[in-house]
Design a protein. Structure first.
Length: 368
């Protein structure tokens, strides 16, 4: 099975010589990229979650993969890059490392590299949002390698947040600058799924974030102005009848407090609450109406659900309708899973002219 990071790790292409194996040379772009990755900078491999595609994990196509074409050109595949919190699209492009000038504008004064006999340079292909196409080249000093020396990677591009896509070793051959090897240096920011485990305190109970989770450590500093984060927990204990109790759900922690006693604290995000509308005929008596989703239960009263049933008199052939009243849950109708069971006689409950009901309910997208 192919691996997306195989090019960087095992140098699996003919134009590659270095990876991350025990016998490989560990170059600085690998290390600086790991540091950049710690700031969430990297290539976003959009294809990785397309499990139906056989090539989703390949290291040589898409996702800003760089490959060698001929003796002087580098092919950059289309992809998406996240740098400094900004998302950028990289278009597919083929660039001649020995003749282009625009890619060298930022750090090499728009001058393509030159070499003489027995000399080599390291050229980096990096993300540069100041250059058209968002791809920049930067090269280091020429080194005479006849005595066994090895050229060093440039570092000027590290003046700002960036990501290196590839490293090329340039040499002088047949009276011109050529690419001797091209190394994959990409690091990736996986586009999900993102795992979250449920917060549980030392007593084994579900909890909100606190400043005293770790006994013996200094008390932490939440809430912190301008800092918010998501977390997961069991809603058990939040209200009389918490929705989602016994399950793991998503919460957001804001920056004003670290509990739910007031605004600016922790907010429950899931189960997501959405509303829907159902219209049906009703002229009294018992009738079961099936809803697309199951209404969510009340958090204040056991056995009750967030459902409103209104009765109307709509004269046949007329576009007008008269509101008669709202039916009382538990007495005039009951809710069971995704059904509403009307159980009253219209005449007995004062709705003798009723022709229709409308049901407005809140749900979480479930049918059971």
């Amino acid at each position: 099975m192919a691996g997306l990071g195989q090019g960087h790790e095992t140098a699996n292409q003919s134009y590659q010589t270095d990876g991350l194996r025990d016998t490989d040379v560990l170059a600085s772009p690998t290390l600086t990229n790991f540091n950049e990755r710690g700031m969430m900078n990297g290539v976003i491999p959009i294809t990785l979650n397309k499990y139906s595609e056989t090539a989703r994990n390949t290291s040589t196509t898409g996702n800003c993969a760089c490959s060698k074409s001929g003796e002087q050109s580098i092919v950059i595949a289309a992809g998406t890059v996240l740098v400094d919190g900004m998302f950028y699209s990289i278009g597919s492009q083929t660039l001649n490392a020995a003749s282009v000038t625009a890619q060298y504008a930022t750090y090499n004064s728009s001058t393509a590299p030159t070499l003489s006999a027995n000399h080599e340079r390291i050229l980096l292909v990096y993300f540069d949002p100041t250059i058209t196409g968002n791809i920049g080249f930067v090269y280091g000093n020429a080194i005479d390698t006849s005595g066994g020396a090895y050229p060093q990677s440039p570092s000027a591009h590290l003046a700002r947040q960036t990501i290196v896509l590839a490293s090329a070793r340039l040499h002088y051959s047949s009276s011109e600058v050529r690419i001797a090897s091209l190394e994959d240096k990409r690091v990736f920011v996986r586009p999900g799924p993102l795992p979250l485990s449920s917060l549980i305190n030392a007593a084994g109970s579900a909890t909100m974030p606190t400043n005293t989770f770790i006994s013996g450590d200094n008390t932490a500093s939440l809430p912190i102005t301008d800092v918010g984060f998501v977390f997961a927990r069991d809603p058990a204990g939040l209200g009389s009848f918490p929705h989602g109790s016994g399950q793991t759900h998503l919460f957001y922690q804001s920056d004003a407090r670290i509990n739910q006693s007031g605004s600016g604290g922790a907010y429950q995000i899931t189960p997501t609450h959405r509303q829907s509308y159902k219209h049906d005929t009703w002229t009294g008596g018992s009738k079961t109406i099936t809803l697309a989703y199951s209404p969510i239960p009340s958090q204040d009263e056991s056995g009750k659900f967030i459902v409103h049933v209104n009765a109307y008199d709509k004269t046949p052939g007329s576009n007008t309708k008269m509101f008669l009243g709202t039916l009382m849950q538990g007495e005039e109708y009951v809710v069971s899973t995704n059904t509403v069971e009307l159980n009253g006689d219209a005449n007995n409950i004062g709705y003798n002219s009723a022709t229709h009901v409308e049901i407005i309910y809140t749900h979480a997208g479930h049918t059971g």
